[in-house]
Design a protein around this ligand. Sequence first.
Ligand code: FES
Length: 74
Amino acid sequence: MDNKIPFKINLEKNKEYYWCSCGSSKKPESLCDGSHKGTNMSPTKFTVSESKVYFICTCKKSKTKPFCDGSHSR
Ligand code: FES
């Protein structure tokens, strides 16, 4: 199974989300689950200006984190 593909998720306008930057989160949607504790990593807080479906980066290579920019396929 390729776990580097972006995760499709419906996000709500102005709600705070925390994107996992450490790669250890067990949440399938690549959002922080606290697994970074004890490391020097921390999640990236983000909001969206429109409620809709987004593609969240799971490969950690995107230049538009936390959103996918297609870097996983390059
Ligand atoms: S679990 Fe990865 S940053 Fe929190």
